[in-house]
Design a protein around this ligand. Structure first.
Ligand SMILES: Nc1ncnc2c1ncn2[C@@H]1O[C@H](COP(=O)(O)OP(=O)(O)OP(=O)(O)O)[C@@H](O)[C@H]1O
Ligand SMILES: [Mg+2]
Length: 256
């Protein structure tokens, strides 16, 4: 098995005359924290939309865990184990915290789940396992005490935590996080970063878009820099900090 969880070749997408994404080749190593950074409008979210099947690509090949997933529908991609969050947090306001998490888990609908519809003994066993896992996840994100509250009653930061709970219950192989720290206070940022580290220890690969550069520099094993849809640099935190192109396109002259 290749050590790359994700391999991208010639991925292109234009909106009218605007080239939003134009990536010749990009590989992501398994079980690492990889950050994707770049100025506003660089194409980071579009890149996520393309590889997760939320936006149709113009051309390109995406290989996920050895499988060609180009042009596959988004629900099939998430069932294969590539799961994402959104730049604008998506939770179901009119469901409770519990229901939000269980709803995400049910979208897995693997063979075992379908079989369970026919055999009640298996069904109750799976439900019990799911319930245990849900409680584990609720504790992990520190929302157990809010489990019966409606999602609309949560703070912005708590909604971010709920969104993480909703993706992690799906046991992804890779987790794509679009600005997990945006609008989050420093304490919660620390908590979210430590959760991300826990996910990696559980064997999940992380691909994160984030503008909080100091956090990115601290936690990333590898950083990819996008500008105007293309990769202008990649490397370790130190390599990115020292890269002239990145400093002028994104980090600014002070190079902090
Ligand atoms: N559905 C769309 N229709 C037209 N243009 C789009 C669409 N989605 C994105 N774009 C354009 O593609 C470019 C890349 O947008 P994208 O949202 O991917 O940037 P980003 O790197 O995620 O930026 P930010 O850091 O601000 O979130 C932008 O110029 C944007 O206006
Ligand atoms: Mg974006």
């Amino acid at each position: 098995m290749s050590n790359n969880i994700l391999e991208i070749k010639n991925l292109r997408k234009s909106f009218g005359g605007l080239k939003a994404v134009d990536i010749t080749s990009l590989n992501f190593e398994r079980n690492k924290i990889i950050s994707l950074i770049g100025p506003n409008g660089a194409g980071k979210t579009t890149f996520f939309d393309l590889i997760t099947g939320f936006t149709k690509q113009d051309s390109g090949t995406t290989t996920f865990d050895g499988k060609n997933i180009s042009n596959l529908e988004s629900f099939k991609i998430s069932r294969l184990g590539m799961v994402r969050t959104f730049q604008l947090t998506k939770v179901f306001d009119r469901m409770t915290v519990n229901e939000n998490i269980l709803f995400s888990a049910s979208s897995l609908k693997n063979d075992r789940f379908i079989n369970s519809l026919f055999k009640s003994s298996i069904k109750s066993k799976i439900e019990q396992e799911l319930n245990e896992r849900k409680n584990e996840v609720l504790n992990m994100v520190n929302l157990y005490h809010m489990k019966d509250s409606y999602a609309r009653e949560l703070s912005g930061g708590q909604k971010k935590l709920l969104e993480l709970a909703r993706v992690i219950i799906q046991k992804p192989k890779i987790l794509l996080l679009d600005e997990p720290l945006a609008g989050v206070n420093p304490k919660l940022s620390e908590d979210i970063l430590s959760l991300i580290n826990t996910f990696v220890k559980e064997g999940i690969s992380i691909l994160m878009v984030e503008h909080n550069i100091s956090a990115v520099m601290k936690v990333s094993d590898h950083i990819v820099v996008l500008a105007e849809g293309s990769v202008i640099a990649e490397g370790s935190s130190d390599e990115i900090r020292a890269n002239e192109k990145v400093v002028s396109a994104y980090l600014g002259k002070s190079n902090e």
